[in-house]
Design a protein around this ligand. Sequence first.
Ligand SMILES: [Zn+2]
Length: 82
Amino acid sequence: MASTMEWINNMVRVKAERAAALVAAGKVTATVLPGLYVVTGRQHYCVDLDRQNCTCPDHQRGNRYCKHLMAATLYHAQRRAA
Ligand SMILES: [Zn+2]
């Protein structure tokens, strides 16, 4: 039986993989505003890194770390590192 911690770690890992896939597929687009990104999933979602906000239903339901927010964070980090 998986512990709660294992369950959380697994959930985070799955989302991180989905986020990385979005970045790799070129689904993250920077806007002219710093910290503001558009992530394309089923629809276009607007991610605000400063406010840690995303316009997707998942985030609106209270999931603070949706895959779009993770994807934009990853994309942002990669751009800074480049
Ligand atoms: Zn989202």
